[in-house]
Write a protein that binds this ligand. Structure first.
Ligand code: GDG
Length: 733
């Protein structure tokens, strides 16, 4: 097995040195740090990392040279032009998705040309991957918001490829996701659903995605498993972590111990507050500064005894809001320093640049308080890294409740980053915290992160992906395969007199928004006509009313069973009642109940058939359905208790009918002994009555993956049509 990691950027960026040679430089950021920690240690598996190499060359020979040199470090480049990077990366990724998914809708832009470029770059990744994919060997793991369309693009060409997707940023509440134009949001959801496993950092993001999928794609889930047109997709929570040992060991190394001491000496043993993040408006850097100002204002006795060291790592410099924020940070630091500085003391020490790894750990280790105050953050690894570096078990983490890590690091001082006061007061509380309490809190957090480290995260994720693909295979095995199909075809070909019973909605035709629109196509009528030409009795066995069926199938030489068996007719004859004296006196009372509910559920309607009543709710709000329908069902069940009525829950309908009316009637209406081939296909609970009533030698098939009394399952109405066509073609050839 080989793991193919796919992300926008490779873990290394290529730059040119003075003599124009390629130089590799490690990429910064959470994704590169976490997955990089894993790939550095992979021994038992092979891997390839696919992504942009940080250089925009379009010259073929240069591209080949880069591709060759990257091969030695398991990387495969996808070359993006400057224009693509501008509209895809700086455009759709960082001007649309990043602000929107971090709850900054007012600065999100919705430019069509950005989205179009996003689509074409995702396609470019799919094409690049097709050069290296081995469908039976590879597990593809796509990362982050840059590539949300990629899973389904890959799925189109590789139906059995194992594909995982992980989102490193929050997935927002559906009201925020809804701000995307409707076509984009549905394409994004469908894009992600091409994966077998979709992972998020927190339960909240997972729930948000599941709600969006229900609302915008109408797909329900059962314990996080979505059935996407016959393919199972698992949606799960997998909080990312860090290489705990790397931080704890480095913190204990002699060089870091001495650097830590140097930092403490440099700041003359004042209390050190520390923060480090990429330049980003989501990281809450401005509020952090204002919180520190609040603290210095309210607790003047602490002035000159505390220093805030703030490191801001340059990022996305080309985006306007980033430039604007950099200016605001510079100005705010200047103002606060101007306000409080003395000859001896500068309250804020500011570095706009990055630290090397040892220095980073030394700062974590030397600081008394770590300030992590994002306004929104998928996880935030810095918080976990600080805890892992605290080998003396001293220090306090102040952590925003808007970071995914706040769901795990419960012993931190949790603050709302929008409240300057909460940040300032938390600093005071941290300074007052006893050494024992600090140590207890740190120890608990260390225990958790050391156990659930980045390696556990990767192995849990890959295990889950593997389990999902096994589940899919299991589900696949209940469907009609080639050999069963051949067997059915051969029995059909041998038979002299055949009875073929076909349900209509959901069996011969897909469900549509309004039942009246499900008119049979010319092709379908022609297919049924051809079936009647052979020595076949064809029966449409439906729950629909007899007049509609009569009108639709008027010119065909077929038998029809309507209203689930209340009425029937043989070919070219009149309608008959299956049973006389069927009670209808209950109908008004049921209609009155349903009207009460229908008025409260826009989009629902009531269908009044001769012997049954149907409540349709396909076009109603999916979220409301989940609470409303169980309530209505409960009401109806109470009403029908001790009567001979039954309430059935079908595909977006509730149907109330006398218990003795059912599709089991086919066994009495047709002389089953007279046929040497019997085939029944249906998709609904009502078809189960038909399957049960047929003799052992009948071939019974259920459309969909639902467990059934039928012998086999088939995927969709399209598969049913193909099967019927094959039957006809066999006898013709
Ligand atoms: C995204 C999500 C999610 C930073 N400055 C320096 C430096 N770093 C390293 C840190 C840490 C990483 O960069 C930053 O990770 P974060 O998680 O804090 O944030 P993002 O880059 O925004 O990452 C985030 C993450 O993906 C993983 O899923 O947690 O929510 O936004 O590892 O150490 N490293 C060095 N010098 C620096 O100056 N050496």
């Amino acid at each position: 097995m080989r793991i193919v990691i796919v992300s926008n950027r490779l873990p290394v960026s290529i730059t040119k040195d003075k003599i124009n040679n390629n130089k590799f430089q490690k990429s910064a950021g959470g994704l590169a740090t976490s997955i990089g920690a894993y790939t550095e240690k992979i021994t038992e598996l092979s891997y390839t990392w696919v992504g942009w190499p940080g250089i925009g060359t379009t010259i073929k020979s240069e591209q080949d040279e880069i591709t060759n040199s990257l091969q030695n470090i398991h990387c495969y480049p996808v070359f993006l032009t400057e224009k693509e990077m501008d509209k895809f990366y700086l455009g759709f990724c960082n001007r649309t998705i990043w602000p929107l998914f971090h709850y900054f809708p007012t600065i999100a832009s919705f430019e069509k040309e950005y989205y179009n470029m996003y689509k074409s770059v995702n396609l470019k990744f799919a094409k690049a991957l097709s050069n290296i994919i081995n469908e039976n060997e590879d597990v593809i793991w796509v990362h982050d918001y840059h590539l949300m369309l990629l899973p389904s693009l890959l799925r189109q060409s590789y139906p059995t490829l194992a594909i995982g997707f992980f989102l490193h940023i929050p997935f927002p509440a559906y009201e925020v996701f809804q701000l995307l134009p409707s076509q984009w949001r549905i394409e994004i959801i469908e894009g992600l659903l091409g994966a077998d496993l979709i992972g998020f950092h927190t339960h909240e993001y997972t729930d948000n995605f599941l709600r969006a999928t229900l609302r915008f794609a109408g797909l329900e889930n059962h314990l996080g498993v979505i059935n996407n047109k016959g393919r199972l997709v698992k949606v799960g929570t997998h909080p990312i972590s860090i290489d705990y040992l790397k931080f704890s060991k480095t913190a204990k190394s002699p060089s870091v111990i001495s650097k830590t001491q140097e930092i403490k000496n440099q700041f003359k043993n004042k209390k050190i507050l520390f923060s480090v993040d990429r330049l980003d408006y989501t990281k809450g850097i401005l509020n952090r500064l204002l919180g520190f100002e609040y603290f210095l204002d309210k607790y003047p006795a602490w002035r000159e005894s505390i220093t805030l060291i703030i490191v801001v790592v340059p990022s996305r410099i080309g985006v306007f809001h980033y430039q604007q924020m950099k200016k605001q940070i510079d100005e705010t630091i200047g103002r606060i320093n101007g306000k409080f500085s003395t000859v001896e003391w500068t309250p804020i020490v500011y570095k706009f640049g990055s630290l090397d790894f040892e220095n980073l750990v030394s700062f974590y280790s030397a600081s008394d308080i770590m300030l992590v105050t994002p306004l929104r953050d998928g996880m935030n690894l810095v918080a976990k890294e600080f805890i892992a570096s605290k080998q003396e078990k001293n220090g306090v983490l102040i952590l925003s409740e808007m970071a995914g890590s706040a769901k795990e690091l419960l012993e931190a001082l949790i603050i709302n980053p929008n409240s300057i006061e909460e940040i300032g007061e938390a600093i005071k509380k941290a300074l007052d915290m006893s050494k024992e309490e600090q140590s207890q809190r740190i120890e608990k957090m260390q225990e958790r992160i050391s156990r659930y480290n980045v390696f556990r995260w990767v192995s849990d994720y890959l295990n889950e992906l593997n389990k999902t693909t096994l589940l899919q295979k299991q589900m696949e095995s209940q469907f009609i395969n080639q050999s069963i199909e051949n067997q059915i075809i051969s029995e059909y070909a041998k038979a002299k007199k055949r009875l073929i019973m076909l349900d209509y909605d959901g069996t011969l035709i897909d469900f549509v928004n309004s039942p009246k629109e499900a008119v049979p196509t010319k092709e379908l009528i022609h297919l049924i006509h051809r079936l009647t030409q052979e020595n076949n009795t064809i029966v449409i066995v439906s729950g629909r009313d007899k007049d509609t069926l009569q009108q639709w199938f008027e010119n065909l030489n077929i038998a029809i069973v309507a209203e689930h068996g209340a009425f029937y007719k043989y070919p070219n004859s009149n309608w008959k009642l299956y049973q006389n004296n069927i009670d209808k006196s209950w109908k008004n009372a049921i209609i009155n109940i349903l009207k009460l509910y229908s008025d409260r559920l826009p989009g629902s309607f009531i269908e009044n058939k001769t012997f049954s009543i149907v409540f349709h709710y396909r076009n109603t709000d999916p979220q409301t359905q989940s609470t409303f329908i169980p309530e209505l069902n409960g009401h109806l069940q109470n009403f029908v208790a001790n009567t001979n009525l039954k309430v059935h829950k079908g595909n977006k309908i509730l149907e109330i009918k006398p218990a003795n009316i059912g599709k089991h009637c086919v066994a009495e209406i047709f002389n089953l002994k007279g046929y040497d081939f019997m085939l029944a296909i249906g998709d609904d609970y009502t078809d189960e009555d038909m399957f049960k009533a047929l003799p052992e030698n009948a071939i019974t098939i259920k459309v969909g993956e639902i467990s059934t009394l039928a012998k086999y399952n088939i995927k969709s109405p399209q598969h049913v049509i193909k099967l019927l066509e094959k039957l006809i073609n066999t006898t013709v050839s």
